[in-house]
Design a protein around this ligand. Sequence first.
Ligand code: KG4
Length: 340
Amino acid sequence: MADIILGIESSCDDTSAAVIADRVLLSNVIASQAVHKSFGGVVPELASRAHEQNIVPVVSEALSRAGVKPEELTAIAFTRGPGLLGSLLVGTSFAKAMGLALDIPLIDVNHLQGHVLANFVRQKDVPVREPSFPYLCLLISGGNSQIVKVNSPLDFEILGQTIDDAVGEAFDKCSKMMGLGYPGGPIIDRLAANGDPKRFQFAKPHIPGLDYSFSGVKTSLLYFVRDKIALDPDFMEKNKEDICASFQKTLVDILFDKFIKAAKQTGIREMTIGGGVSANSAVRARLVEEGARRGWNVYLPEFKFTTDNAAMIAIAGYFHYLNGERMPLDAAPVSRIADF
Ligand code: KG4
């Protein structure tokens, strides 16, 4: 009999539930929270309230689309952190209550591990193509930028990470700064498609090893826009596509300088990306291009598994379940990765 796992994700501003049978996805429901748009960023208090409203209908819908009754579930996997504490509390408390009611095990999942394992979600009628171990994952989201060496589904080594902002934060904050809207990543990506990536230059950091820094490039863009607008108030409007394309290229160059270095240092050629920024078209194109140039095997997660979703939490939970891991009822959510 297959192990049927319900996954629950509520770390930020998406309430999501998914059902997998062994590794095959049966359903993946995501309720995004439009309420944050007018604030130009996620408002934690509003996110928790929206999760509280969404969690029951989202889980019911995931079970119904999967054709699975609650009593057929083997275990419940949920995001314990990192993320917004109020948001995590909703998913954690819901999972505990449901696990208790059904008398089934709870599996706590590190959200980032979910992103790194997203390529292992199998789908009916989709050929299986998964990286072999060890592989490298460029984990890029709104909260993290890391190069992770994945030795097995449960054995991860962080080879490098940002010392300040995450790359998604750089996209979002710079979009806000340019008055383009929120979330910035998809907006900049869309505008960049019609721009010249070589037109403008922005400062790149000089950080030793495999660590990243994105605060300097953010400041570089801020001063650039400020100085140009002082000379011509319409500069932004006239040049936004070229600015976005050039800024995006700078971020992608920074990401790949270190990712290529990590591949050289480890000798690994199985390469993946994960996290919200892995939806970026220039990041995806660059991975394919570098792969062809360097003889890497590259694995691109499907778009629906790049941003926050419960399918990746269910698959990570499945591996922990097979490893015999269970979460005690008195365990609490954790907001920071360092607390894991
Ligand atoms: O992984 P995610 O959904 O949430 C966490 O941060 O955990 O990532 C959200 C981030 C945001 O910063 C958003 O702007 C970025 O992913 N993002 C993108 C694109 N789509 C989403 N960044 C660049 N290009 C995109 N197409």
